[in-house]
Design a protein around this ligand. Structure first.
Ligand SMILES: *Cc1c(COP(=O)(O)O)cnc(C)c1O
Length: 443
C-alpha cells in the first residue's frame, strides 16, 4: 500500500505539480520588436508585397546554410512546390512515413503522383532505412524524410538508399527547424527541404512555410509553380522561361508580410531560445533516467545531433515494464497529478479513409490508385511499427524555459505514476483502437 503522501492524485492523493506558471509553456516569445515589425507592414499597407519577404529569405538562407530560400504562405504549399521542384508528376511515386502530418504526403495527389508508405523505426519514430528499398519501383522518384518530433532521421543510411536508386530526397523539417544531425543542419541533406513555420511549430511566425535548396533548377521550378509575380526574366531554365508571368501550378503561394516581418525578428533569437528549450527538455529526461516504462525520445548530443526545438515532445512507453498498464490510463493518471500528458502520436495515414478509399477527383477508384501503376498502399498489417506506435508513445510537457524547480515537479508526476503503476491496473480500461490524433495543433 502507498502512504497517504505518495498516493496517486487520481486516487485522492496530493498532486505532484503544485506550481503553475503558464509562461513556462507560452510560445512563441513575442516582444515589442516583433510587434513593431508587424505594425510597420500594416501601416505601410505592405501585407501583400515582397520586400520584407525577400529580406527574410536572404537571412533564412544564410542561417540555414543553403544557396536559396523561398517563402510560402504555409508549409503545405512549400512541400507541394518541393515535390514539383523535384520533377514529381503524373504516374510517379513518393515514399513517405505513415506517421507524420498529412502534408508530408498528400500534396503529391494534386501533381498526379501517388504515395507509398514505409514504416518507422520504433526508437527514432522516423523513417526506417531498412524498410525503404523493397518498396522502390520503376516510377519511384523521391523519398520524403520527416525529422519527426524534432528527432533527426538516420540520414546517412537513407541517403545511401536514395543514391543507389537515383531518388530525390525531400526533407520535411517542420518539426526540426535549426536541428543538427552529426554536426550538420537538418534541411541541408536532401535535394530540397520544406518546412512549416506556422504558429504551433518551434519556429513559429504565423501561417508560413519555407523551401530551401542549393539546386537552382529546383528553386526555379518551385518559384514558377506558385509565385507568378517573381516568375520573370530572372529565371534561367530554358523550358521555364517560355511560361513566365503566370504560375505553372495555377496556385498563389506568396507569404503574408506580417509573417515575414515577424519571421525576421524570430530568426535573430531562435537559436538561443531553442538552446534553452533543449536544456530544459534534457533536464526533464535526465530526471527520469531509469524509471521503468518510460524511455526518452531523444538523441545523444555528444554525437553532434540534437532535437532542434523539441516540437511536440513525446516519450516512448514500455507497457511490459509496468505490468501491461495501458498508455491511456497512464496518461490520465499523469494529468491528475497536474502535469501534461496524452497517449499516442499522429495516427497512421495509410489507414485513413482518404488514403484507403476516397476518390477525390472522380477517377472511379481511390485516388491513391488513380495515378499509380501498382497498388501502392497495402493496408492494415503492412506497417507494424506505425500501426502500434499509438500504444507506445505519450506526450510530455514542452518546456520553453529552463526553470529547474518547475521541471522537477513535472518529472516527479511521471515518476510517481510509473512507480505506482500496479495500483492503476485494476480499473484500466485499456487502449482504444485509435490512440493518438490526426494532427496536434490546437489554437
Ligand atoms: C505542420 C506540418 C506541415 C504543414 O505545414 P503548414 O504550415 O501547417 O501547412 C508539414 N509537415 C509536417 C510534418 C508538419 O508537422
Amino acid at each position: 500500500m502507498s502512504t497517504a503522501q505518495s498516493q496517486l492524485a487520481i486516487h485522492g492523493g496530493p498532486k505532484a505539480v503544485t506550481i503553475h506558471d503558464e509562461s513556462l509553456f507560452h510560445w512563441p516569445i513575442i516582444t515589442q520588436e516583433d510587434e513593431e515589425a508587424a505594425l510597420d507592414v500594416l501601416r505601410r499597407g505592405a501585407m501583400s508585397g515582397t520586400d520584407v519577404t525577400v529580406q527574410f529569405e536572404e537571412e533564412f538562407a544564410r542561417w540555414q546554410g543553403t544557396r536559396y530560400a523561398l517563402a510560402f504562405n504555409n508549409g503545405t504549399a512549400a512541400l507541394q512546390a518541393a515535390m514539383f521542384g523535384c520533377g514529381i508528376g503524373v504516374g510517379d511515386e513518393i515514399i513517405c512515413p505513415s506517421i507524420t502530418y498529412w502534408a508530408s504526403a498528400l500534396p503529391c495527389f494534386s501533381l498526379g503522383a501517388s504515395v507509398l508508405f514505409a514504416d518507422i523505426d520504433p526508437d527514432t519514430l522516423c523513417l526506417d532505412p531498412d524498410d525503404i528499398e523493397h518498396r522502390i519501383g520503376p516510377r519511384t522518384k523521391a523519398i520524403v524524410v520527416v525529422h519527426y518530433l524534432g528527432h533527426p532521421a538516420d540520414m546517412d543510411r537513407i541517403l545511401a538508399v536514395a543514391e543507389r536508386h537515383n531518388l530525390k530526397v525531400i526533407e520535411d523539417v517542420s518539426h526540426a527547424q535549426g536541428g543538427l544531425y552529426k554536426g550538420r543542419k537538418l534541411g541541408t541533406f536532401g535535394h530540397v527541404a520544406a518546412m512549416s513555420l506556422m504558429a504551433g511549430k518551434s519556429f513559429a511566425i504565423g501561417e508560413g512555410g519555407m523551401l530551401v535548396t542549393d539546386d537552382r533548377t529546383i528553386y526555379e521550378r518551385a518559384l514558377a509553380f506558385g509565385h507568378y509575380e517573381r516568375y520573370d526574366e530572372r529565371v534561367q531554365d530554358g523550358w521555364l522561361r517560355a511560361y513566365r508571368h503566370l504560375p505553372l501550378g495555377g496556385y498563389k503561394y506568396r507569404m503574408h508580410q506580417v509573417s515575414s516581418a515577424v519571421g525576421r525578428v524570430q530568426l535573430k533569437y531562435y537559436d538561443q531560445r531553442i538552446a534553452e528549450i533543449r536544456r530544459a527538455m534534457n533536464y526533464f529526461w535526465d530526471l527520469l533516467e531509469g524509471v521503468p516504462g518510460l524511455q526518452a525520445h531523444r538523441v545523444r548530443e555528444e554525437e553532434g545531433s540534437n532535437m532542434a526545438g523539441w516540437y511536440a515532445p513525446h516519450g516512448l512507453y514500455k507497457a511490459e515494464e509496468l505490468g501491461g498498464l495501458s498508455v491511456t490510463r497512464f496518461a490520465e493518471a499523469v494529468r491528475a497529478e497536474g502535469s501534461i500528458c496524452s497517449p499516442g502520436v499522429n495516427r497512421p495515414l495509410h489507414l485513413h479513409p482518404l488514403l484507403t478509399e476516397c476518390d477525390v477527383y472522380g477517377h472511379d477508384r481511390p485516388t491513391r490508385l488513380a495515378f499509380a501503376e501498382r497498388d501502392l498502399v497495402r493496408l492494415q498489417g503492412s506497417l507494424p511499427v506505425s500501426e502500434q506506435v499509438g500504444r507506445r508513445t505519450f506526450s510530455i510537457p514542452w518546456f520553453k524555459h529552463y526553470r529547474p524547480a518547475l521541471i522537477e515537479q513535472h518529472a516527479a508526476a511521471f515518476r510517481k505514476v510509473a512507480e505506482h503503476a500496479a495500483e492503476l491496473l485494476a480499473d484500466d480500461p485499456g487502449d482504444g483502437p485509435d490512440v493518438g490524433g490526426w494532427h496536434f495543433y490546437r489554437a
